[in-house]
Ligand binder design. Structure first.
Ligand SMILES: Nc1ncnc2c1ncn2[C@@H]1O[C@H](COP(=O)(O)OP(=O)(O)OP(=O)(O)O)[C@@H](O)[C@H]1O
Ligand SMILES: [Mg+2]
Length: 323
């Protein structure tokens, strides 16, 4: 399934994943802001209660709550907290929250559940499914749900849990509910797994392994890899600064600038860095056969929503040109 068949913003669910520190939260926030600027109502569901997400999208480093809170117009965020999700699910099934709460508060019960990660993954995905189904005045409450998933180091097993449950449970409500969750996460029209990588050796290798695993074992659609923090060439391509600097005497200084040989050396380092990044972007594309859209490296880091807008334009195309 290629982007031309189902554009990014036409998906209902985008699950952002990648190695630790590659930019998952940044990409989730970028996608949310970009989609909201283009008229969509977006929910970001964080599997960790990452205050950074709230800082990037809102104006305060508030820890995320289970209930979605609106951080800026048309952008909500929530913590996909499994105990709260289980409580909500059981409350809906049993019809009484009063019966459920004391059981879930019980320490032994919580320890038992903590020892079985599969249930947490299942209930978290079940909550995502529930959010996807929610309606408000006859239209989906959220047009797009972006999940800020855990680092791939923790494994992508959470996406495999519905399949395992469906194959193990023959009948009953658990099987029915899990089948619906599985149908959502393997549907290329509705769902996309969006890996984010850095154009460096280890993240490149790990991302290639991730895509291979997704294709071999999971049926979750993946149709591109976002490569984050890519260094641009220091000069415009049509400007041969090296040749110009080479013509100058090596010790020539203009005003307070360092001598021309140092400027050449700095330019060479920046150019090599950009070329190295490009090699890994190309390797990712070659080894996986997927498009590798890039996000620029922001030298001053992410200081606010203007920087997120810059990244969103790189990811989704300039706002005015967006359909
Ligand atoms: N394009 C970029 N340019 C410059 N800095 C960036 C860029 N993208 C992300 N960063 C910075 O890199 C750091 C890691 O980003 P982020 O928190 O989004 O990664 P993560 O994958 O969510 O990390 P974790 O695995 O810890 O959740 C942050 O300090 C962020 O500001
Ligand atoms: Mg993060």
């Amino acid at each position: 399934m290629s982007d031309r068949e189902t554009p990014l913003l036409e998906r209902r669910l985008v699950i952002v994943t990648g190695k630790g520190g590659t930019g998952k939260t940044t990409l989730a926030a970028t996608l949310a802001l970009g989609a909201a600027s283009r008229g969509l109502r977006v929910l970001v569901g964080a599997m960790d209660p990452d205050a950074r997400l709230a800082t990037l999208l809102g104006d305060r480093p508030t820890p995320l709550a289970y209930e979605p809170s609106e951080l800026r117009p048309n952008v909500w965020a929530c913590h996909l907290e499994p105990f709260a999700a289980l409580s909500e699910y059981l409350g809906l099934q049993i019809g009484s929250q009063r019966i459920v709460e004391p059981v879930l508060r019980n320490r032994a019960f919580r320890q038992l559940l903590m020892a079985a990660p599969g249930w947490r993954d299942l209930i978290t995905l079940g909550k995502v499914w529930h959010l996807e189904q929610m309606e408000d005045s006859g239209r989906p409450r959220f047009d797009l749900i972006v999940v800020d998933a855990p680092a791939t180091g923790h494994g992508l097993t959470f996406l495999d849990v519905p399949r395992v449950v469906v194959s193990a449970v023959r009948a009953g409500p658990l099987r029915e509910h899990t089948e619906r969750v599985e149908a959502l996460i393997v549907d290329p029209k509705r769902t996309l797994l969006l890996p984010v990588a850095l154009a460096e050796e280890l993240p490149t290798r790990e991302t290639i392994e991730l895509v291979t695993r997704v294709r071999d074992d999971l049926r979750v659609p993946v149709d591109r890899i976002v490569v984050n923090a890519v260094h641009a060439s220091p000069y415009p391509d049509d400007l041969d600064v090296d040749a110009a600097l080479a013509k100058l005497a090596p010790d020539l200084r203009c005003g307070s600038l360092p001598p021309s040989r140092m400027l050449r050396a700095c330019g060479a380092i920046l150019r090599d860095r950009a070329a190295l990044n490009q090699r890994y972007v190309d390797e990712l594309a070659r080894e996986t056969g997927l498009p590798t859209p890039t996000l620029p490296y922001l030298r001053d880091g992410l200081r606010g929503s203007a920087d997120l807008e810059t990244l969103a334009d790189a990811l989704l195309g300039p706002l005015r040109a967006a359909a």
